[in-house]
Design a protein around this ligand. Sequence first.
Ligand SMILES: [Fe+2]
Ligand SMILES: [Fe+2]
Length: 475
Amino acid sequence: MSTLNYQERIPNNVDLAGNRQLQRALEHWQPRFLNWWKELGPERYQDADVYLRTAISVDENGWANYGYVKMPDYRWGIFLADQERDRKIGFGDLYGQPVWQQVPAEFRSVLRRLIVTQGDTEPASVEQQRLLGLTCPSLYDLRNLFQVNVEEGRHLWAMVYLLHAHFGRDGREEAEELLARHSGDADKPRILGTFNEPISDWLSFFMFTYFTDRDGKYQLKSLAESAFDPLARSCRFMLMEEAYHMHVGENGIGRIVKRTLDVMREVGSEDPEAVRRAGAIDLATIQRYVNFWFSSSLDLFGSEQSSNAASAFANGIKGRPDETSFEDHLALDQVCDIEVPDGTGGMRHEAVPMRNAMNEVTRRAFIADCEGGFIRWNRLIQKSGFETRLFLPSPRFRRAIGAWNGQPVAPDGSIIAREAWETRKGGWLPTEADGAFIRSLMRQVVEPGKVAGWIAPPARKVNHLDADYEFVKFH
Ligand SMILES: [Fe+2]
Ligand SMILES: [Fe+2]
């Protein structure tokens, strides 16, 4: 295990001081990162003292160190999970061979593209969320937002380190580009579509952290299996932080549901208009946001059938999430059953060679993981004696990538006529009016212990501190 150098300008456990050229290159990138953070990071609160956790080492006790910090002073560090002795490639044609500490020339461009694509999402989400602090429902939520934001900043550092350390001049140029592309920018947008949509309200923020950060989790899990060991170790450590982002989403949606149920009991009705008049978000609107964010997150996994995915698996570059839980790590003679439109308004099954279906394998693991929150939220609804249930729409619903791209499919998965889709989609997806209503609720609450009326108070503590703690101190 390499030693931890927390006192250096760039905290790290990769012995940066032992590689002066790399250290200088990253110290050159650091002020650019800070400029980007001040310009496109959280609006208005760069001077505030925020109660944040900072990773200062990769062992159990050290990776979450709490205290007040001004965000521009956050210690963004480079941390890789400990190296596993004699680690071997766990899947594909190179199964059983030693993992790589350097990038093999033949896989250089594909690895670079993977790292850049992953890296691009990290600053993108900070940019998407930059105005949310102005409408936070409580100080507790404001702190959580900033925690997520600084950690996405650290994930950018993790990827930029790999680019600088292993990809020479191309890598340094890509690291510059990661700060040059901006979410929603007309000329230089972020690489993936979902990361160019602004997140202008907190319902969307919680949906994003529940669904889109979970997509991130599954991408990182696949890359954590990679034969390129520095990438695998980097992703394994990022996953520890990522878990918290999804918790913010699940908890946030759960608190919204709880508040809605309280209001439904007060007004004695499930009627969306009555719920809205009382200042809460009706369950039907929450379902429409689920439909939107779940379907757009599914597209991030790519097509069901992909020769790129097959070769990334064959070559040891990208595995399946939790590869060790599979019995056959070669996946040569297996098939994956997928459903595709039959062209006449129906559906047929197709047997795809397993290696070509790796995107679908990962997507299915993601979908199963998405169910957890729904079980808990529906239990709340059931306990309150109401009939409505929240649910994940069919994976065929509103897809823009793969076999179901553009197909008219209802949330229950049934294939419908195109005209029916056009007339009914307003009931399935957030409308302009929904957006306007949600935005009308977004009023900032920053008095310690106070919470906006559309969301229940937090039940969870932050590092043993109660929810009325002064998590952010303004100046
Ligand atoms: Fe991240
Ligand atoms: Fe995240």
